[in-house]
Design a protein around this ligand. Sequence first.
Ligand code: MLT
Length: 316
Amino acid sequence: MSFQVLVPDAVHQSAIDILEASAGICAAAPGKLERAALLAAVADADALIIRSGVTADAELLARAPRLKAIARAGVGVDNIDLDAASQRGIVVMNTPGGNTIATAEHTFGLMLALARHIPQGHQSLLEGRWERKAFTGLELKGKTLGIIGLGRIGQAIARRAKAFEMTVIAHDPYLPPAIAAALQVPLLTQNEVFARADFLTLHAMVSAETRHMIRAESIALMKDGIRIINAARGALIHAADLAAALDSGKVAGAALDVYEQEPPPAAHPLLGHKRVLHTPHLAASTTDAQVTVAAEAARLVVDFLLHGRAANVCTA
Ligand code: MLT
């Protein structure tokens, strides 16, 4: 008997290599599938390996009678219906460590690009202008970085920010205080972080408490001229409220890698705003990170299917 592992997403080849080298496992890696093809393909799958581009909702799980495990090559499992999976006895696992540095570095890149108007300067020069004054920036040194969510990624950002001589403060209700103390990052209330930050970066999961945490009421608490970076999940920000705060100048700039709907619709209130920088959910997209998370996801699936061992299990 052989287990079929379906990889219906742009997961790095390192996953397929591990699956193919495992006796008793057969890999089906068609690449990114349209929804109808995906619903048909899951019928024979014993396990799935996916990134954020595949939505494993109740409908998909209902079409997969043999499915025993889903491995997420990445951190966030908000694209998987965890309740429906648990009702069907499907184990969901993720690979939380593999893309930490990629995401921290991308966040830092966005912060530097915001501070120094790098994309705007690039575009203006390509369009034939030589505008030095218009793109005067500001230094990170001496500025306060507020980090919402001091998990693996938040901590990696904190270390980098300290090397840039920033003052780092954070909010994280789940972190053991000793970890923040070792990093010399004071843990404050969310509102204190909002009030003190010059730059604010979000690294929280989306929950009933965190959905739209950046909205008119919270923005009102912030310093005038704050800059906001989001490389976590789009739903942390109320896009229309942020657009209004950017229009008024209350928020000086925002850099977004993630969107409540991906890709964002053309009518998204922040798309094309002159004070907003965009990347298309690239934070974890380094070759280094994708090799690591893909290989780890494949090992999780092989271990589960062949030996019944589950690790990094995610529950609702
Ligand atoms: C993650 O949750 O790991 C990142 O958003 C990257 C991805 O979705 O692939």
